[in-house]
Design a protein around this ligand. Sequence first.
Ligand code: ABN
Length: 172
Amino acid sequence: MHSLDRLFELTTRSLAQRTSRRGFLAGLGQLLTGTALLPLLPLLPVARGAHAAGASAPADSPESCQYWKYCAIDGSLCSCCGGTSASCPPGAAPSPISWVGTCHNPTDGRDYIVSYNDCCGKTSCGNCDCQRNEREKPIYRPSRNNDLNWCMANADSNYHCTVSVILGVAEK
Ligand code: ABN
């Protein structure tokens, strides 16, 4: 027999001894299942954190979590939910109670007192989740913790997003 034929025969026989028909079928099944699932890949859950937090927006944009006014915020930025940094989106009402922080404005070098009001009456917006929480204390000091739904006093306590309203300049 030609040596090339002999080599091919030996290789095939050795492969046949090392593998089984069942193993081959299992592998083929896995391949076919994986191929069938490929079109579903775009539908699978993926980490959208960077986009959700407005990480692609420049830091001086109200759609960025790094925007100076948001130093003590905990919630979705209303500016990513159809409102602005200081006004609720249409159909949502501001909470009368809020969390208050003091943030440094790098543009004029002054510190400002900022009120973080939740916008209520619509289901959660979920865009641009922003957790800065400056000077917040752990949950076991509830009066100093801002991880609260400030819509609790509204007729409709559904939380939608959070605005940051400048109350005034902080005295030194
Ligand atoms: N202040 C925003 C918020 C709403 C619900 C729960 C936690 C935090």
